[in-house]
Write a protein that binds this ligand. Structure first.
Ligand code: SF4
Length: 132
């Protein structure tokens, strides 16, 4: 029996493909006119959680490196890429687990556990089951 183990390159291509699917789904769901990109009215840039199509200055806080504001504000410029959100959630779960093991009453634990809960709530709200 031949066992195929995906190479790192294949995983990279799969991740890029997932991101493109998320972007295409966003364009379809929002009914975006593709010509707006050519006119400079929309542009795409990657974020930690997927992407953003806004060309306007954003008011979300620059200290919010996880872009939780993007997730919780129902911003119509947000492209949620499950392939990006899931690893962020996994990393946050690991961090929360470690902090819990050290001291479950610490401020650090409580802050990071709250961030994790916000990520989980956003995932529940934003990602359709077939895309997760
Ligand atoms: S809040 Fe909206 S406009 Fe601002 S970075 Fe997030 S997705 Fe883009």
């Amino acid at each position: 029996m031949i066992e195929a183990k995906p190479s790192p390159n294949m995983l990279t291509f799969a991740s890029i493909a997932d991101d493109l699917v998320a972007f295409r789904r966003y364009l379809d769901d929002e009914g975006v006119d593709w010509l707006m990109f050519g006119k400079g009215e929309l542009a795409y840039r990657e974020t930690v959680l997927g992407g953003c199509v806004s060309v306007e200055p954003c008011k979300s806080t620059p200290l919010d490196w996880m872009h939780l504001d993007c997730l919780e504000s129902n911003c119509r410029n947000l492209v949620v890429a499950p392939s990006k959100l899931q690893p962020v959630i996994k990393a946050q779960q690991v961090m929360v687990g470690k902090l819990h093991a050290v001291d479950e009453t610490s401020v650090e634990y409580r802050i990071e556990a709250q961030v994790l809960q916000r990520l989980l709530d956003a995932r529940e709200k934003l990602i359709k089951p077939e895309a997760a």
